[in-house]
Design a binder for this molecule. Structure first.
Ligand code: HEC
Length: 198
C-alpha cells in the first residue's frame, strides 16, 4: 500500500481578511420526530465566536497551538441551557467563562476519561481548547473553508436542485444524510421498529 505522507501546505498567496474580523459558528438542533424522522429546527444549541485582534504571518506548515499567530484571536462560546431556555432567558444561551473546565466530548480520538486504563484524563479549559484547531494565521485558521469548496463542487453537480443553492439547507441535508448512515442511528431505527413505534 502506498501512503502519501507529504504534509498539506497552506497557500500563503490566499488573501487575508482585515484585523478585527469576527467569525461565528451556530449549531442548531436536528430532532427525531414522533415518526422517527430527522427534522431540522431553529433551536440553537451553541454559538462559537472568534475575533481576530491581529493577523501574524505564519509559515506554509500548519502549526497548532504554539505557532506565531496562536495568540491573535479571542475565543467565545455560548451554550444552550435547558433551564434558561424554558425560563425564556437570552434564548437559553449561557456564556462559557475563561478558565471554565469540563471533560472533552468533541474530538477525543476515542479516549474516554472514565474508562481509560491509564489514570483519569484531566478536565481541560473549554476556551483554551479552541487553539488546537484554530491557531493558524487569519484565513488559514478558518476551518470551514474546506466545506465551502465541497459545497461549490456539489452545487455545480446539482444545478437544478434548490436546496444545493442555499448553504444552510445544503449543510442540513448533508448532516441528515450522514446521520442516516451511522450505525447507531440504524440501531435506533431497529429498536424503534421493534417497539412498534413507527
Ligand atoms: C477539534 C478541532 C476543533 C476545536 C477544538 C474547535 N473547533 Fe471550531 N471548528 C472546527 C472545524 C473542523 C470547523 C469547521 C466546521 C464546518 O465546516 O462545518 C470549525 C468551525 C468554527 C467556526 C466557524 C469559522 C471557521 O473557522 O470555519 C468558529 C467560529 C469556531 N469553529 C469556533 C471555535 C471555538 C470558539 C472553539 C473553542 C471553544 C473551537 N472552535 C474549537 C474544529 C474545531
Amino acid at each position: 500500500m502506498l501512503l502519501n505522507s507529504a504534509p498539506v501546505l497552506l497557500n500563503l498567496a490566499l488573501l487575508q481578511f482585515p484585523v478585527g474580523t469576527q467569525v461565528a459558528l451556530v449549531r442548531q438542533v436536528i430532532v427525531i420526530d414522533d415518526e422517527g424522522k430527522l427534522v431540522p429546527t431553529a433551536l440553537t444549541e451553541s454559538l462559537q465566536l472568534r475575533v481576530y485582534q491581529a493577523i501574524t504571518p505564519g509559515t506554509r506548515y500548519t502549526n497548532y497551538i504554539n505557532g506565531p499567530s496562536s495568540h491573535d484571536q479571542d475565543f467565545f462560546e455560548f451554550r444552550m441551557n435547558r433551564a434558561e431556555l424554558f425560563a425564556r432567558h437570552s434564548g437559553g444561551l449561557v456564556a462559557m467563562h475563561p478558565g471554565e473546565t469540563e471533560y472533552a466530548t468533541f474530538s477525543t480520538h476515542g479516549m474516554d476519561a472514565f474508562e481509560s486504563a491509564t489514570p483519569l484524563e484531566r478536565q481541560s479549559v473549554i476556551l483554551d481548547r479552541c487553539r488546537s484547531c484554530h491557531s493558524d494565521s487569519g484565513i488559514h485558521s478558518v476551518q470551514s473553508r474546506l466545506q465551502w469548496m465541497k459545497r461549490s463542487q456539489d452545487v455545480r453537480q446539482h444545478d437544478n436542485d434548490e436546496n444545493h443553492r442555499d448553504p444552510i439547507a445544503w449543510e442540513t441535508d448533508a448532516t441528515i444524510a450522514h446521520k442516516l448512515h451511522q450505525p447507531e442511528f440504524k440501531l435506533l431505527q431497529r429498536l424503534w421498529d421493534g417497539a412498534g413505534l413507527s
